[in-house]
Ligand binder design. Structure first.
Ligand SMILES: [Zn+2]
Length: 478
């Protein structure tokens, strides 16, 4: 079947400038070509009018969680119910993402393949089956860890098709956001029957351990203030609170850091990239690893370089140091652009993305209960905020990602003849283009992607007018 998408502005995903009015012609599962002269006498079974829209490669997200039936997060928490990980994949697809890398690295390839088969989104696997990473998961949580997960190795996973090592470390195992969101509030609730927010948990944790988790003794005035603010002052005395925080955070911290070291070494040995959890708790180790031999031999992606456990200055200094040693920098939307449940500042994001072109990869991470701001919102924001041209911003969520993780989307990630017909058609957000700081005048190179209208995966139209047409590729439209 031949499909012609006509009248749109074509963004190739390789960083090049958009082309207005070119047709993208699909022949079954592949892109036949991009034709500037359409429709002069050409034939197609289906013609899609993309006037007022951007035609882009299906987006590729190299930092997701909760997209398989396997253990959740680097802490191997209990797996999500099927309906929930499938609805997470729905959210990715409806926002134009056609390939995701599952960074819940303790899942098996069988679980990754089950997710891949169950949904039009292409789900690829990573591995963190390393002795210390498994120990860290057990110390932080481990409720989702069954014998087959604990017995798996990174070598066997890569042989079975895992395309990366990661996520190495995480907020749950390294005393970060995962602890603030989940484990510390749960421990406090068990003792006091009081529910605290992530921000309140973080304030108590910071008072006890400091932002780098290396305090010997609590900051007593700060701890008293944090307990009062959380409504815990009469219920939890400061000594008990300090013990509780240490009990939550420290057991997994040391093995979590050792797991990062093992994973970077494994990446160098096994020849696949590693994705590391970049945050204040891991920064010193990452800088050490980037400078040593294995770290320079491996391809390493510093995940969420814009992590808010850093100050913006620390995030920038760490990122620059890692990039100087050849590591790749990735920024995550978390939920800092729209939803703002867990990340309520865009300072880190703006600081990193305004620092030349050093950040080359965009991803989402998980956000609060999977409610991250979509990858395409990150692309839109980069253009609207004037950090990147449209061509460069789209590449950060497509072509650059395919290049950084070669097994993730082979034969996809760009719009070019012979590549996979994975693509997204999004309306141009004319309101935001007018407000752009990127040169002021409206042009194709500062058009902002808006609502996603259609999505194709391997030539099947899997989203039509903003709705998923099929959950099963075998029941697809061709
Ligand atoms: Zn992370």
């Amino acid at each position: 079947m031949r499909t012609a998408i006509v009248g749109g502005t074509v963004v190739a995903g390789d960083g090049s400038a958009p082309r207005t009015g070119a047709a993208v012609v699909l022949a079954d599962a592949t892109i036949e070509g991009i034709d500037a002269r359409w429709p002069d006498g050409s034939r197609a079974d289906v013609i899609i009018d993309a006037t007022g829209c951007l035609v882009m490669p299906g987006l590729i997200n190299c930092h997701t969680h909760g997209v398989t039936p396997g253990p959740l997060f680097p802490s191997a928490a209990a797996a999500l119910p099927d309906a929930e990980w499938q609805s997470n994949l729905d959210r990715h697809l409806l926002a134009g993402t056609t390939t995701v890398l599952n960074l819940c690295g303790l899942a098996t390839m069988a679980e990754v393949e089950a997710a891949d088969a169950a949904h039009p989104v292409k789900v690829k696997g990573a591995t963190s089956h390393l002795p210390s990473a498994i120990a860290a998961a057990r110390a932080a949580d481990g409720a989702g860890l069954r014998p087959e997960h604990a017995a798996m190795t990174a070598e066997a996973m890569v042989s079975a098709g895992a395309v990366a090592i990661g996520e190495l470390g995480g907020g749950q195992t390294l005393g970060g956001g995962g602890q603030d969101l989940q484990y510390i509030p749960a421990a406090i609730e068990r003792i006091t029957a009081t529910v605290v927010t992530a921000a309140q948990a973080r304030a108590i944790k910071d008072a006890v351990l400091g932002p780098h988790l290396d305090r010997d003794r609590p900051d007593e005035p700060a701890l008293a203030a944090a307990l009062t603010d959380a409504g815990l002052a009469p219920l939890l005395d400061p000594n008990k609170a300090a013990d509780l925080i240490r009990g939550c955070v420290l057991p997994s911290l040391h093995s979590g850091l050792a797991g990062i070291r093992e994973g970077v070494l494994a990446a160098a040995t096994l020849g696949v990239p590693a994705v590391v959890h970049s945050a204040s708790a891991s920064a010193a180790l990452l800088r050490e690893l980037a400078a040593d031999k294995a770290g320079r031999r491996a391809t390493v992606i510093a995940g969420h370089s814009n992590h808010t456990s850093f100050t913006p200055d620390e995030a920038l200094a760490t990122a620059r140091d890692l990039a100087d040693h050849g590591w790749l920098l990735e920024c995550c939307t978390f939920d800092l652009l729209e939803l703002r449940h867990t990340v309520t500042t865009r300072d880190h994001w703006d600081r990193l993305l305004a620092d030349g072109d050093s950040v080359t990869l965009l991803a989402t991470d998980y956000g609060y209960l999977g409610q991250h701001d979509p990858l395409i919102s990150g692309v839109s924001d980069l253009v609207a905020a004037g950090h990147r041209s449209l061509g460069a911003a789209v590449a950060m969520a497509s072509g650059n990602v395919a290049e950084a993780v070669p097994g993730l989307a082979p034969g996809a990630g760009r719009l070019a003849a012979g590549l996979a017909a994975d693509l997204v058609i999004a309306e141009i957000d004319t309101r935001r283009m007018a407000g752009s700081r990127n040169g002021g005048t409206a042009s194709a190179s500062n058009a902002v992607p808006g609502r996603v209208r259609h999505v194709f995966v391997d030539g099947h139209q899997v989203v039509r007018n903003g709705s998923i047409t099929t959950r099963s590729m075998s029941a697809g439209s061709s």
